[in-house]
Design a protein around this ligand. Structure first.
Ligand code: GUN
Length: 283
């Protein structure tokens, strides 16, 4: 029977650590500030942004909110980012994705000052991660590393299989796992015999966005299974990429959906905001 990795509890612990750090900085007259930019009316993005602002309130981080209409032009958005880059009182900038169709996400991300890029999406930070240098790391994979470490799951020397190669999760996850001295395999939709590769994993990261795709025949007995999926099942109920009930008996550890990886993303964003503020002060 698997140990359930409690992302809610671990993320709460991280948010409390951030809260303490923010309070200490406040005592010294330093306010940590995150600018949150949302363009358009994607309902899921509104929920994410609301949760991010709530986490700011909890941790004591000041949040500045910019909710722009879907008709905003890319130049207008770039002008706002330029202003936030220049503002000395802004430590972190977050532009919620996806952006409306008429915008070029790569160009927008590139416009954010890498030192304020608390999402870790800027090519500069992606590059730093890939050559093992300090920088901002995408919050979801950074959160998964924390889940594993704080659950006592060793990565060094382990076979780690990542299914999904997105820029936000799969690729940075591979870099972070390498940094922890795991042996890393990245799988994707063209991987031959996916089941056989997954069954080699001591740690399996499932990030493909297909409801309950990973059944017990993908899992080695005792493996740690990390579910990054946020999917809907046949009854429209929130579920992950892993068939939890099917895998539970066989796995060594497993993250539930909801309450596993999800809450970690926001906790790591808060952590990155404090890191951005501290880095700015040291410059
Ligand atoms: N959209 C989905 N996930 C994320 C995220 O982690 N950051 C931002 N900015 N947008 C997202």
């Amino acid at each position: 029977m698997a140990m359930i990795i409690d992302g809610k509890a671990i993320s709460a612990q991280i948010k409390d650590e951030v809260k303490e750090a923010v309070a200490k900085m406040a005592d010294e007259g330093r306010t940590v500030t995150l600018a949150v930019v949302l363009v358009g009316d994607d309902p899921a993005s509104h929920v994410y942004v609301r949760n991010k602002k709530r986490a700011c309130e909890y941790t004591g981080i000041r949040s500045l909110s910019y909710e722009l209409p879907g008709t905003t032009t890319q130049d207008e958005l770039l002008a706002l980012i330029g202003e936030l880059n220049r503002r000395a009182d802004v430590d972190g900038i977050l532009v919620q994705l996806p952006l409306p169709q008429h915008m070029n996400e790569d160009e927008v991300i590139k416009a954010i000052d890498p030192d304020k890029d608390v999402d870790g999406f800027h090519p500069y930070n992606v590059g730093r991660l890939s050559i093992g240098q300090e920088g901002f790391v995408s919050c979801t994979p950074a959160g998964i590393i924390q889940l594993l470490k704080r659950s006592g799951i060793e990565m060094e020397g382990k076979e780690c299989v990542i299914v999904g190669r997105s820029n936000i999760v799969g690729k940075p996850m591979a870099m972070l796992m390498l940094r922890e001295n795991a042996t890393v395999t990245v799988c994707h939709s063209k991987t031959a015999d996916l089941k056989e590769v997954c069954r080699r994993a001591d740690i399996l990261i499932c990030a493909i966005g297909r409801a309950k795709f990973f059944t017990k025949d993908y899992i080695k007995a005792g493996a740690a299974v990390i579910d990054v999926g946020m999917d809907r099942d046949e009854n429209n109920k929130l579920c992950g990429d892993v068939d939890f009930d099917d895998v539970f008996e066989n796995a060594g550890a497993i993250t539930p959906v909801p309450g596993g990886v999800g809450p970690m993303t926001i906790a790591m964003l808060m952590h990155n905001c404090v890191a951005a503020a501290k880095m700015k002060d040291e410059k």
